[in-house]
Design a protein around this ligand. Structure first.
Ligand code: M6R
Length: 357
């Protein structure tokens, strides 16, 4: 039930801090350490490469998950869009492990790949919000998101839950491989939950941004580098899906290879700047679009901010920034949809779970 909320989407955005805390609890053992099932740890340790397969928002979470697993557990990871996988099957490694990410656990494109790789004799782990879903039943292992039912077509809390669970998977397998670098993920996720709360309490700021930048625009660009780029892809999907504004997420450095031709007077460009090592370069990209008339909205992180920034996110661990930088983008999409009179929870032409290939 959505209770006093006008839309499920807003309720689900607000639930994100609570979901983070539930995930920490669900994956904690009696000693208070993060833990996952032994057979999953074994499967990850045995494999020589991980293939993440997913669609839409879950694919975007997979892009972040790849960085976690490679960074922490030092296992190479490829991320694939499910609908492309069967006919563009990559050359597989000797001992692959497949990870399917799916909120619903019912997405037909992902299931088709699962059936295919199982026939080939490979092991699969499904990360899903729905216990007993098709992808969960048909895989060898399951990790649950513990996000509670997600009703709005636009996925929000499932995305952050997927990222948190992928961080736990990466962290626990890193430890079991003796790669513990003292990273206290429980503590960091606690900080994330608090930062999420602060952002959920700042809704008017994001409503203002939406009404200032997006009420009449035909298109909108999201730019970022590194982790911010992945979040930009998600922010653009959110905006297109529920406000019908043509939106694209771009890697800051890729703009000049074509897309910058689309920048006109007043084109909104939302830039994320949460990564220290690329802070200077992304700000350079913002200058490039501003010189062509763009209307920039920079969202940065405390410690990296400048006077040009429209909103400054609370500081969190740099690896985990996608968990909080996505929240402004979810809320901006929500208010843009609302202001444009669209059906926020049930956008046209879309279903919550896509059960046809
Ligand atoms: O249930 P799944 O996670 O497998 O769904 C995948 C996509 O259909 C889904 O994420 C879709 O992109 C969302 N509507 C995006 O908000």
């Amino acid at each position: 039930e959505k209770g006093t909320y006008p839309h499920y989407m807003l309720k689900e955005i607000d639930e994100q801090p609570l979901v983070m805390r539930k995930i920490i609890q669900a994956y904690q053992n009696e000693k208070g350490d993060l833990d996952i099932a032994e057979d999953i740890i074994e499967a990850v340790k045995e494999c020589d490469r991980i293939y993440i397969v997913a669609c839409g928002t879950s694919y975007h979470a997979g892009l972040v998950g790849k960085q976690f697993i490679e960074n922490m557990a030092k296992i190479p990871v490829e991320v694939h869009v499910a609908s492309e996988f069967s006919y563009n099957m990559p050359l597989l490694s000797e001992k692959p492990l497949f990870i399917f990410i799916s909120q619903s656990g019912e997405t037909a494109d992902s299931r088709a790949v699962l059936v295919q790789v199982k026939e080939m004799g490979y092991k699969a782990l499904t990360i899903t919000n729905v216990p007993g879903s098709t992808l969960s039943r048909e895989a060898n292992f399951t990790m649950l998101l513990h996000a509670g039912p997600e009703i709005a077509v636009a996925s929000t809390k499932a995305y952050t839950a997927q990222i948190a669970v992928l961080a736990i998977l990466a962290n626990v397998t890193a430890q079991s491989r003796g790669l513990n670098d003292g990273f206290d993920l429980i503590h960091e996720l606690g900080i994330i939950a608090n930062a999420m709360e602060t952002l959920c309490d700042s809704k008017e700021e994001f409503e203002k941004i939406a009404s200032e930048f997006l009420p009449f625009t035909r298109n909108c660009f999201f730019i970022g580098r590194s982790f911010d780029y992945f979040v930009c892809l998600e922010g653009a999907l959110k905006l297109k899906e529920i406000s019908y504004i043509q939106a694209e997420g771009f890697a800051g450095g890729e703009l000049k290879h074509g897309t910058i031709a689309l920048i006109e007077d007043g084109t909104p460009v939302i830039a994320l700047a949460t990564q220290e090592n690329v802070n200077w370069s992304i700000r350079g990209n913002v200058k490039e679009v501003v010189a062509r008339g763009a209307n920039p909205c920079i969202i940065s992180m405390a410690g990296l901010e400048t006077n040009d920034d429209r909103f400054v996110l609370p500081a969190v661990n740099e690896l985990l920034t996608p968990l909080i930088s996505v929240i402004p983008l979810q809320l901006i999409a929500y208010y843009a949809s609302l202001h444009r009179g669209c059906d926020v929870d049930k956008p046209r032409n879309l279903a919550k779970s896509v059960t046809v290939e």
